[in-house]
Design a protein around this ligand. Structure first.
Ligand SMILES: NC(=O)c1ccc[n+]([C@@H]2O[C@H](COP(=O)([O-])OP(=O)(O)OC[C@H]3O[C@@H](n4cnc5c(N)ncnc54)[C@H](OP(=O)(O)O)[C@@H]3O)[C@@H](O)[C@H]2O)c1
Length: 320
């Protein structure tokens, strides 16, 4: 085994709101109880901590997830914990499974200040503050008032400033962000990026990020569930067979193969697990006890699809 053996972090999107983007079929409108949902979320955070996870990723856009973390952190005294949060999305579905609109994006200074007023409660565990889904369309990377405010928060609280990126132009967004400076130094330190066996486009900018000593956090490592056999995606049959075979060889689940692939090919600071259940969490954590062979890596590298195809399919996924 090598450095950073415990590299999996917990992404809290799926424990903060009942619907989330994935490949599941629409659930029947089962009764929803906020109090039992809260309880399950807190239990999952605790289980993750007991299983060795020390990095937690959240956002105000993830329903009650950030509040759950704030509450849980009050019961903990462990300086090895790191929390990352974001600003820019407001959760609007009010836990209604039939909601038409689940979230609203707004990259304004007012939204930043409004959401910071809650996120500040994550200190002193908060290490990383990110723009949630930075794009060219919102103009956030040209918004001087926002960038100045982020620089101020960085200086005042010793935070890493980051952004998350989504979409086929991830590389261009990252390149632009790498060039942004305040007081003669780069503003952005941490980048939460999409990377998995299907979308490996990050590779084309990886060297630059590593040379600039940036912290890389991988999200959507399971391609929102698309790495698992599913009759709706017959074009991935070869991928399913390959991952299944490797899972049998290494005696872990398919999820562990996909997560460890991200670890060995990118060497990120962390790979996020999006687990919503203990079973998935423990399955995901199996990745940390596994070492893929270079022949395994090569075959998985050959499974990448075009970035445009990846994101066309991703955009068609539902909130389930
Ligand atoms: N910044 C952003 O814009 C952004 C976007 C996406 C994600 N994120 C962060 O990244 C984290 C992870 O991303 P993600 O959850 O979207 O994507 P992901 O990890 O690629 O995929 C999660 C999907 O995999 C399934 N899954 C996980 N483990 C499984 C197992 N052992 N067996 C079968 N299915 C399994 C889940 O099933 P179920 O549906 O049954 O749970 C879910 O559908 C999030 O929690 C969030 O913190 C950030």
């Amino acid at each position: 085994m090598e450095d950073n053996d415990r590299y999996i972090g917990l992404g809290t999107a799926a424990i903060g709101r009942p619907q989330y983007i994935n490949i599941r079929k629409k659930q029947p409108n089962a009764d929803f109880s906020l109090s039992s949902f809260r309880k399950r979320g807190l239990q999952l955070i605790q289980k993750a901590y007991q299983s060795g996870i020390r990095y937690f990723d959240t956002a105000p856009g993830y329903g009650i997830a950030e509040d759950l973390l704030i509450e849980w952190l009050r019961s903990i005294d462990d300086p090895s914990i790191e929390v990352a949060t974001k600003w820019g999305y407001t959760y609007t579905a009010k836990f209604d499974p039939n909601a038409i609109q689940h979230e609203i994006k707004e990259h304004s200074l007012a939204k930043l200040n409004q959401q910071w007023a809650t996120s500040v409660q994550l200190l002193p565990y908060l290490t990383t503050y990110q723009i949630h889904s930075a794009t060219f369309e919102t103009g956030v990377l040209d918004n001087t008032a926002v960038l100045d405010r982020l620089a101020e928060l960085k200086a005042t609280h010793g935070l890493l400033i980051g952004l998350t990126s989504t979409g086929s132009n991830q590389r261009d967004v990252l390149l632009k962000a790498l060039d942004i400076q305040r007081d003669g130094l780069p503003l952005f330190d941490a980048f939460q990026v999409t990377y998995n066996v299907l979308d490996q486009s990050l590779s084309s900018i990886l060297l630059e990020m590593v040379n600039q000593n940036k912290r890389i956090i991988i999200k959507e490592a399971l391609a929102n569930g698309r790495i698992f056999p599913n009759p709706s995606y017959p074009h991935y049959e070869r991928l399913y067979q390959t991952i299944k075979q490797l899972a049998e060889i290494h005696q872990v689940g398919m999820d562990a193969i996909a997560l460890q692939f991200c670890k060995q090919t990118v060497r990120p600071f962390t790979v996020l697990s999006g687990a919503a259940s203990t079973e998935h969490l423990l399955g995901n954590l199996q990745a940390q006890v596994l070492q893929l062979r270079s022949s395994d890596i090569q075959i998985l590298q050959s499974m990448a699809i075009s970035t445009d195809d990846y994101w066309t399919e991703r955009k068609a996924l539902n909130w389930n």
